[in-house]
Design a protein around this ligand. Structure first.
Ligand code: GAL
Length: 445
């Protein structure tokens, strides 16, 4: 069903799990600043303590080892490593210890360099709206590569630039909380340029296994009415191709988008399209869109601006407790949409995230029954196997997430983990889905 050597993994991100925000010289990130604003995160939650992974990483790695994953995807916090322009050796030391612990447990480290926690001083200077930021990012990438490059097997410079642009800069429901609408488009180009420059820096340091973790979703029209079909095309272009064509084809999908980008775009696209060793897809849910009807639409709690050429529609499917539709075939369709569009230009694919939030019960006698999460992963893996059977070259699957964690604007209310976290005591309890995944990995390795 899955090819030989298929990589089974689990994923996390620094701000969501580490805590220890003021320790060992870590600088302030945009998420520290954002979460300090009243009313922006559910229940006023912040990542100050999170899962205390910074201090409990050994316990977390032991859980991953017993789970039997071949790889652990985590992110390095830029503000820990280069807090204010200078390298912070103590910050690098933490990741050095984590990587050693993983390697010692037989787990391949898979590193994301930017999972949304931009150093605040860079945001103050313009953040991803500013052309300097991609260059600072590449310098930071080189620092991490030099220290960890001998042991890291997969690299993802960026995680989900679409979310940073859309929720961080256009709609304002994520850090840094800007509400620029389409004026946020330069942040697409600068993140992609940062990706390309970081790829170059990693290659110069001798690293391989370089890709990205990009969020993608199959998009279908609400009906075969041409207005709905056009709306779906626009949406697909904006959320998918805008973030993949520059990387995989060295061009923007439509001239209007290229024209909206700052700087020497043609020259930058050469950097952005540096060849990759793999292409990472984060998948959660497909989207159905129709022609605009003028009605107000909220996406993840953020109001979409008026005048968009599309309108997301409710999907008729069972939902997770986060309200996200559960459509396993969407994972198959998303992967096949990529193989069809890019053909031989598509490197091997990894599913760098897939998962679901359910409001699990508290552990009783060391057990957390979460059959809905088991069903989620099982059905999505079956759909992924269909994509592979149809010819897609998929090499791995990372469950989001290893443990429950800080779910951005939703705080700790949403639980995506295979391992339950009691945030009062920091006690970890593997859920039924953890035991199921362990058995599934064994049966499919
Ligand atoms: C992704 C993101 C993760 C996690 C997940 C669940 O967009 O990369 O950090 O939060 O969604 O919402």
């Amino acid at each position: 069903m899955f090819p030989e050597g298929f990589l089974w993994g689990a994923a996390s991100a620094a701000y969501q799990v580490e805590g220890a925000v003021d320790e060992d010289g870590r600088g302030v990130s945009v998420w520290d600043t954002f979460t300090a604003r009243p009313g922006v995160v559910r229940d006023g939650d912040t990542g100050r303590v999170a899962c205390d992974h910074y201090h409990r990483y050994r316990e977390d790695v032991a859980l991953l080892r017993d789970l039997g994953v071949g790889a652990y995807r985590f992110s390095v916090a830029w503000p820990r490593v280069v807090p204010a322009g200078e390298v912070n050796p103590a910050g690098l030391d933490f990741y050095d210890r984590l990587v050693d612990e993983l390697v010692g447990a037989g787990i391949a480290p898979a590193v994301t360099l930017f999972h949304w926690d931009l150093p605040q001083h860079l945001e103050d200077a313009g953040g991803w709206l500013d052309r300097d930021t991609p260059h600072r990012f590449a310098e930071y990438a080189a620092v991490v590569a030099e220290r960890l490059g001998d042991r890291v097997t997969l690299w993802m410079p960026l995680n989900e630039p679409v979310v940073v642009t859309m929720f961080g800069y256009a709609l304002g429901s994520h850090a840094p909380g800007r509400t620029l609408g389409f004026e946020a488009l330069p942040t697409v180009h600068h993140q992609l340029l940062g990706h390309g420059l970081a790829v170059q820096a990693l290659r110069a340091a001798g690293c391989s296994g370089i890709g990205i973790a990009n969020n993608h979703a199959a998009v279908s029209p609400a009906s075969d009415d041409p207005a709905d079909v056009d709306a779906a095309d626009s949406y697909r272009t904006l959320v998918n191709w805008l973030f993949s064509d520059p990387i995989l084809r060295g061009e923007y999908p439509v001239p209007e988008l290229a024209a909206a980008m700052p700087g020497p775009v043609a020259a930058d696209l050469k950097v952005i399209s540096e060849p990759l060793d793999f292409y990472g897809v984060n998948y959660y849910q497909p989207t159905v869109v129709g022609a605009p009807t003028g009605k107000e639409v909220q996406v993840e709690g953020a109001l979409l601006p008026a005048g968009l050429p599309f309108e997301p529609r409710e999907i008729d499917a069972p939902k997770t407790d986060f309200g996200w539709p559960i459509v396993p075939s969407g994972l198959r369709d998303t992967v096949l949409m990529f193989t069809e569009r890019y053909g031989d230009d598509l490197p091997p694919v990894y599913i760098t995230e897939s998962g679901c939030s359910f409001h699990d019960p508290d552990p009783v006698d060391g057990r957390v029954p979460d059959q809905a999460r088991v069903d989620y992963h099982e059905s999505h893996l079956a759909a992924l196997a269909e994509a592979i059977a149809a010819g897609a070259d998929v090499r791995g699957y990372f469950a989001w997430s290893a443990t429950d964690n800080f779910e951005w604007a939703a705080g700790y209310a949403e639980r995506f983990g295979l391992v339950h976290i009691d945030y009062r005591t920091q006690v970890r309890t593997p859920k039924d889905s953890y035991h199921w995944y362990r058995d599934y990995i064994r049966a499919n390795s």
